[in-house]
Design a protein around this ligand. Structure first.
Ligand SMILES: [Zn+2]
Length: 166
C-alpha cells in the first residue's frame, strides 16, 4: 500500500501516524478501519481494494462478487466478459506506449495509434479479439457486456464519492 493511496483513503482529519509506527507499515486492519468509516457496500469495498492495492486476490474477490449477479449459458464467456469489463474500468492504460500516448523510436516520436493520451482504445474489434470472439459473436454479447461495464463504472463512481475522491 503506497502513501498516495493512503492519502486518498484516510479521511482528511485523520492522522496517519496514529494508526501505525511508520507510514510504510500499513496493515490490512488499518485499511479496514479506514474503509469502515465510509459506509461502503461490499462490492464498493472490494472495488477499492482491487483498484488501489495491487494484489490479485482482491481482483479475484471483486470478479466473483460481480459474477454472482449474472447468468449466462456459457460460463466461460461470462468469465471473459466480466474480466474484460473490469480491465476496461480499472486498467485502461495502453500497453503499446506504456500509457504515454506517444511511441518513441530512435529518430521519431509519433502519436500512439492504439490509444488516446495513453488510455487504450477499446473498439469493438479489440473487444472481440480480447474475448476470443468473431465480430458477429461479439455483437450478440455487446449489450450484456455494456451492462456489466456500466455496473462496474457505477460502483467506481459511488465508492470514490464515498471516500471523498470526487
Ligand atoms: Zn498507446
Amino acid at each position: 500500500m503506497n502513501k498516495e493511496l493512503l492519502a486518498l483513503l484516510v479521511p482528511k482529519t485523520q492522522s496517519l501516524e496514529k494508526s501505525s509506527g511508520s507510514n510504510d507499515s500499513i496493515t490490512p486492519e488499518d485499511i479496514n478501519l479506514i474503509l469502515s468509516y465510509s459506509h461502503l457496500s461490499k462490492e464498493e469495498y472490494l472495488f477499492l481494494l482491487m483498484k488501489f492495492v495491487s494484489a490479485d486476490s482482491y481482483k479475484e474477490s471483486f470478479f466473483k462478487k460481480i459474477k454472482e449477479d449474472y447468468e449466462l449459458e456459457d460460463e466461460e464467456i461470462l468469465d471473459k466478459i466480466v474480466n474484460l469489463a473490469i480491465i476496461e474500468c480499472c486498467e485502461p492504460r495502453c500497453v503499446f506506449c506504456g500509457g504515454t500516448g506517444t511511441i518513441i523510436t530512435v529518430n521519431t516520436a509519433v502519436k500512439c495509434p492504439h490509444c488516446t493520451d495513453g488510455v487504450f482504445n477499446f473498439t469493438d474489434e479489440v473487444r472481440g479479439s480480447l474475448l476470443g470472439m468473431k465480430h458477429i459473436v461479439y455483437k450478440k454479447h455487446e449489450d450484456f457486456f455494456m451492462r456489466v461495464k456500466e455496473r462496474i463504472e457505477n460502483i467506481e463512481i459511488s465508492s470514490l464519492s464515498k471516500i471523498g475522491d470526487i
